[in-house]
Design a protein around this ligand. Sequence first.
Ligand code: AMP
Ligand code: GLY
Length: 419
Amino acid sequence: MKILVVGSGAREHALAWRLAGEGAEVHVAPGNGGTTEVAVNHAVDASDVPGQVALARRLGVDLVVVGPEAPLVAGLVDALGQAGVRAFGPRKKAARLEGSKVYAKELMRRAGVPTADFEVFDDAAAAKAYVRRAGRPLVVKADGLAAGKGVTVAADGGEAVDAIERLMERRQFGDAGARVVIEERLLGPEVSYHVVSDGERFVALAPAQDHKRAFDGDKGPNTGGMGAYSPPPMVDTALEEAIVEEVVRPTLRQLRAEGQPLVGALFVGLMIVDGRPQVLEYNVRFGDPETECLMARWGGSVVELLDGAARGDLSGVEPLWSAPASLCVVLASSGYPGAYRTGERIEGLEEASAVEGVVVFHAGTRREGDAILTAGGRVLCVTATGASIAEAAERAYAAADRVRFSGRQLRRDIGWQAR
Ligand code: AMP
Ligand code: GLY
């Protein structure tokens, strides 16, 4: 089977690694310095819809697996469908679940899915007046995609007003801020929950927890994710059942009822409030770095999982886990998520991969001759499986400490909730 993976991060490396491991011929566009170990890279930007369609046709692939949200929201799967190419990922209309927070919140309301109370505004003055009246902690969210930076958890009314001005008046994220969602601030631990859906059925993957802040103790600025682990001990069977019955099933059912069945990954960002799941956001793609942990643990065929969903038939696929636990640590460039340098030479990758249960996925790297150089904020995602979270952490950190590059930055406390 010939498969094209669209994207360039550690998530795409993890997917390509699994697919190639099952004997598929894998291509990645654009890929990174690590994906070349398991696949052929093609220099086509992930968001270049006509370029990706042309590449898929030229290669004659059986399946395209779309990693990031931007091409999904831009309609890559629709364009591939028109060209007769099977794809894993939702069509543009279902991708609004991630592409528009207003659409997502209104769908949650129609589906009866638990989420924070909210109001939608397309007028900055009305939004500010609402904040001034509210007198309680609020969260301000840009409607559209803002590279993960469109959410402000406001400490007070002043911060909320500031966020409204940045988004709606100064248009920090362009049209993404033309409308905002203002919602109640919730408190509780966060959980990432992924399912893969064929539009009708779904296969639930294991729960995971991400670490979004840059520094130990969940301090510092928000990042794309500094590490993750699976499964979190706080998600017991009853909570997982509540997530499936109160969130996943009604969401997929509502999409189907509205004629927008979701094919692909549904990744729900949840906050657990008084033991009950509340939806913070939907994503219509795999999480990064959660996917690195989930791919390391998944015991079944990833080809069957992704191709089954794309074909509309997941009937034979059951969740199967090969390792009880996994954990991944992101090695980032100094300064990330702010400004950082690239082009630093990375040493010790082979020694790191030699640690039992470890696989090193590349995020922002590129190959120059024999050398691997840093090429992004998140550089590598060192991933380990184990009999427990503690064992996976021990292995991941042993491997991470063998990798050297100038300015290497990492969190030392990934999985602190379970160690
Ligand atoms: P989102 O992109 O909607 O997931 O928001 C990004 C982050 O903002 C989440 O991971 C939470 O940490 C935080 N957040 C979002 N919505 C809320 C909320 N209603 N209450 C508290 N924190 C929130
Ligand atoms: N790990 C969070 C995300 O992929 O959005």
